[in-house]
Design a binder for this molecule. Structure first.
Ligand SMILES: [Zn+2]
Length: 716
């Protein structure tokens, strides 16, 4: 279906030029191939080694000649305790510890250009991110002559690698192999202007504890040779399978328009095959609903068929249907909302028991999930963990694999966008609760909110993956806080506009490498408003949002007493007379109430919100509090921007609102519809007015909710 054809240099330049302009078809069919890999690899399952050969074609898409090549040698992260990965992680990642002496490494034996010149002899290891001269994950190769603009270089390499024992994403556990980041891989050459770069250059970071990847699009063809008993899964489509005279089998996989290639092998895999049918698995009303939501034609939202393979551990065979359903629902909803999944295959790997460190990873058309036999039976079979991991890892096909942002430098663009999308798909397919058992309900979004606190104010979301103040702040900011931020943006823009923002961003940057600024520009364009203040506060700067109702009182308005006027005309109203008038008005029901509400901003982030006032007798009033004065726009006009009845600017850290009306205030609530998901403390958003007029914190039934969150977090 997707073929890579040979191209001459002028045709290639034309293709690059085309990729830079908005084409008539909003969703690009294919990527501009920058790096193609044709590889042959042999696995020795006893020695846990790979013997590999590769032919690489790299094309220079920059307007300048490029005189060196930079490669990632990721497996060297596992080479010894001196690697940057090891120093940062302490040999521990995502709760897993490195097994004793489970070292892994990669060594390039030779790298030759088309005229047979050996390039490896002049190569050096670089450490662009830190001062660690012992790190061997970035390799720089000077070229005898530069690659001209629009030109290409063909390389032949031979390498050997020892796989690490799995604890972080890749390696082996007994006879289970998850082979990721396993070959010498070119970094991305960024011309000036790309992702805001002032000058052209290689973007090549070391392997860090928390960072993931960034790579070129291209075509992969990989021949994997290993003993016959192994069941193999990989990126792309299997195009050939050869039995060899020495008792091995060669499996050939091919895929174009991808940024990476990973594979797995185990003699124990249970292979479950299924087809996602664009006809059968999507109902006509679902197509119609999506087209209406996005303002697109039915043709534009039409999906295509995908062959789904689940490689299951036999002891979890009973979970097969759950994996298949999660995979198909992901293909469907990600496809409907952001654009058709363009590849013919998807492979989902259920890692072996003891190899959990290889679970929860994403590669093009190939994802690793994660489960446990515990989820086979009640009550944990109601815990949607295998589903959530499958949906999340599939989501990375969209955010990072097809929209290939730089995971090293801007992790929020993949993990955070994906957490947001995953949350929406999970809610759509499975409802809001991740688990319901023993009266405890755990929701994905609610868990994210429960982690949010003032302690999180020190990092900004847009930070390089290894630049956060702590591991937990990397995780919180890259995943949950971004999800909460995008949910907040959705509340401010409305669901339809937000859906169109995400769709447009995906379409425009599918098979490209956007930065945060590219997303901001799309969001502003689609929403038709200046969103810089939003992104500057929530993504570009540290700080939290915490709005509170600090005071809420309601008192009867008294008849005036005292001396009024001057000289001859002066008149005295005694306090007795005034009280008498008050009583008469009470009887006639004509007394009014003076309501005073003080709202405060405890955090630095300032967003529009609203204040709901509930009065005795059931009357309510909602005042929109705009975050700034709107120049040249009246309050009414500003209100029209943000819908509700009345609007007032709220400038500064606090604001007093005074109103006189016929009813006593009962409660005042900021953000009554819980739109600002990034608010770190919802308990101070409301106050109730006691009958004697004093204000009291308005907990309502919320404590039950918080108790549930607490129980969920301690692992119940
Ligand atoms: Zn992820």
């Amino acid at each position: 279906m997707l073929r890579a054809a040979g191209r001459s240099a002028p045709a290639l330049l034309a293709l690059f030029a085309l990729a830079g302009t908005a084409a008539a078809d909003l969703l690009p069919d294919r990527a501009v191939p920058v790096a193609d890999y044709d590889m042959k690899v042999r696995l020795d399952p006893e020695a846990k080694t790979l013997d590999g050969r590769q032919k690489i074609v790299w094309r220079n898409a920059a307007p300048e000649p490029v005189g060196e090549l930079w490669f990632h040698l990721y497996l060297n992260a596992f080479k010894n305790t001196q690697s940057t990965f090891f120093r940062e992680s302490g040999g521990q990642l995502r709760g897993d510890r490195m097994p004793e002496d489970g070292w892994g490494w990669i060594s390039v034996k030779s790298l030759r250009d088309a005229s047979g010149r050996e390039l490896a002899k002049d190569a050096t290891f670089e450490h662009p991110d830190d001062d660690n001269a012992d790190d061997r994950t970035v390799w720089r190769v000077p070229l005898p002559e530069p690659v001209p603009p629009g030109g290409e270089i063909v390389l032949e390499a031979a390498f050997e690698a020892k796989l690490p024992r799995i604890f972080a994403r890749t390696g082996y556990f007994r006879d289970y192999f998850l082979v990721g980041q396993w070959f010498p891989k070119l970094a991305v050459y960024e011309p000036a202007g790309m992702r805001g770069r002032p000058t052209g250059g290689w973007n090549c970071h070391q392997f860090h504890a928390h960072s993931e990847f960034y790579a070129n699009f291209g075509r992969y063809r990989v021949e994997i040779t290993l003993p016959q008993k192994f069941v193999v899964g990989a990126t792309g489509k299997r195009t050939e399978r050869r039995e060899n005279p020495d008792g091995t089998t060669t499996h050939v996989f091919e895929q174009a328009d991808v940024i990476d290639f990973a594979w797995t092998a185990s003699p124990r895999f249970l292979e479950v095959k299924s087809t996602f049918s664009a006809e059968r698995d999507v109902a006509p009303p679902e197509y119609a609903e999506t087209a209406a939501l996005l303002g697109r034609s039915l043709d534009e939202v039409r999906l295509s068929d995908v062959e789904v393979t689940v490689l299951l551990q036999p002891e979890r065979a009973v979970q097969a249907d759950r994996y298949v359903k999660a995979a198909k629902e992901s293909i469907k909803w990600f496809g409907l909302w952001y654009g058709r999944y363009p590849y013919p295959t998807l492979t989902v790997v259920d890692p072996a028991f003891g190899a959990g460190g290889s679970g929860g990873m994403e590669y093009p058309t190939f994802i690793t999930a994660g489960s446990s036999v515990l989820f086979n039976r009640w009550p944990l079979d109601r815990m949607l963990a295998p589903e959530a991991v499958t949906v999340h890892e599939f989501g990375h096909q969209y955010w990072q694999s097809m929209v290939a942002s730089n995971e090293f430098e801007e992790s929020w663009l993949d993990e955070g966008f994906n957490s947001y999308s995953t949350g929406k798909v999970m809610e759509r397919v499975y409802g809001p609760w991740m688990m319901q058992a023993f009266g405890v309900r755990l929701g994905g979004l609610e868990s994210a909110r429960a982690q949010n606190s003032v302690d999180r104010m020190f990092d900004r979301i847009r930070t390089s993956a290894w630049g956060f103040s702590s591991s937990s702040n990397y995780g919180f900011n890259s995943y949950s806080r971004t999800e909460l931020t995008l949910r907040t943006l959705e509340a401010l823009l409305g669901p339809e506009t937000m859906a169109r923002v995400m769709r447009t961003y995906h379409e425009r940057y599918r098979f490209r490498h956007p930065s945060s600024d590219d997303f901001y520009a799309v969001a502003a364009e689609v929403a038709g408003k200046d969103l810089r203040p939003f992104f500057e506060q929530t993504v570009e700067r540290p700080g939290v949002l915490d709005d509170e109702v600090a005071q809420a009182t309601s008192e009867r308005v008294r008849e005036p007493s005292g001396v009024f006027g001057e000289g001859e005309g002066a008149k005295t109203v005694s306090m007795v007379e005034a009280r008498k008038k008050d009583r008469e008005k009470d009887k006639a029901g004509g007394r009014s109430w003076r309501t005073t509400v003080v709202v405060r901003r405890r955090g630095e982030v300032v967003l529009p919100t609203s204040l709901k006032l509930e009065y005795e007798g059931g009357e309510t009033q909602t005042i929109t509090l705009l975050e700034r004065e709107y120049e040249g726009a009246s309050v009414e006009k500003a209100a029209a921007l943000a819908e509700p009845k009345a609007a007032e600017p709220w400038v500064g850290r606090w604001k007093r609102i005074e109103l006189v009306g016929p009813h006593r205030l009962v409660a005042a609530t900021l953000d009554p519809e819980d739109r600002l998901a990034i608010d770190v403390n919802r308990l101070n958003n409301a106050r109730r007015v006691e009958p004697d007029g004093r204000a009291a914190a308005h907990w309502g039934a919320r404590w039950v909710f918080w108790l549930q969150q607490l129980l969920a977090m301690v692992g119940l």
